[in-house]
Design a protein around this ligand. Structure first.
Ligand code: 13P
Length: 256
């Protein structure tokens, strides 16, 4: 069974109200020109403050889905500054990015916390986009594959095969994020193949064949076609190049 490609824009901490409108309007115009039957699944992940507006703008556009950049796994309560799944449901958010290296590194998020988030997201019927990736030091020390295996094994702990099949993994080597230096496509393909083997070992080959695994890290319109041509790469999780409508549309076209 062919896996449907995904092009997901992670806006990170960018775009106020005016910029959100401009970007979403631009993406909507761009996708209106594209053949829906050939399009990848298109996801945008604005900041919490832009979710309502983005939801409102895309409510009649079935070609674009919404993701949140984070969530707190607890249902409600005294968690100052946090946002719950129930709140995200109001905006018809379908995906939640978890385990991003920026949250792991700057906000000290642990594998256990990421696992709690994955379980809470799936329990609500939403889909986690589970990020993993190695530092440059880990790559140079030759421990990339075991590090990724550890991150994925811990993130998926206690999650059923049927939930894993629906989930999305994003392989984002930390040294490639925001650096302009994308991981070589052949190596990204190999690494993602290794991640798929971890899923096969934990579950089954069938589950591993179903889960979609994206590449992220300096994906650009000039790299996407070669990346999408790799059999293991099911799409892109894109930061910088998702912030302008024309380049995001080029990325979508590159996955068609
Ligand atoms: P860049 O595309 O800006 O390198 O960011 C990648 C990323 O971290 C997406 O989550």
């Amino acid at each position: 069974m062919a896996r449907r490609p995904i092009i997901a824009g992670n806006w990170k901490m960018n775009n106020n109200k005016a910029a959100t409108k401009e970007l979403v309007d631009g993406i909507m115009y761009g996708v209106s020109q594209l053949d829906a039957s050939k399009m990848p699944e298109v996801i945008i992940a604005p900041s919490f403050t832009s979710l309502w507006q983005a939801h409102d703008l895309i409510r009649n556009e079935s070609k674009i889905a919404l993701a949140a950049q984070n969530v707190n796994p607890n249902p409600s309560g005294a968690y100052t500054g946090e946002v719950s799944l129930e709140m995200l449901e109001d905006f018809k958010v379908q995906f939640v990015i978890i385990g991003h290296s920026e949250r792991r590194q700057m906000f000290n998020e642990s594998d256990e916390f990421i696992n709690q988030k994955a379980k809470a997201i799936l329990a609500k019927g939403l889909i986690p986009i589970i990020c993993c990736g190695e530092t440059l030091e880990q790559r140079e020390a030759g421990v990339t594959d075991e590090h990724l295996a550890s991150q994925i094994t811990k993130a998926l702990d206690g999650i059923s095969a049927s939930d894993v099949e629906k989930s999305v993994i994003a392989y984002e080597p930390i040294w490639a994020i925001g650096t302009g230096k994308s991981c070589d496509s052949i190596e990204a393909n190999r690494t993602i193949g290794e991640i798929r083997k971890v899923v096969a070992k934990l579950y089954s080959q069938d589950t591993a064949d179903k889960i979609r695994i994206l590449y992220g890290g300096s994906v650009k319109p000039s790299t996407i076609v070669e990346q999408m041509a790799q059999p293991e790469i099911d799409g892109g999780l894109i930061g910088g190049a998702s912030l302008k409508a024309d380049s995001f549309i080029e990325l979508i076209k590159g996955a068609m």
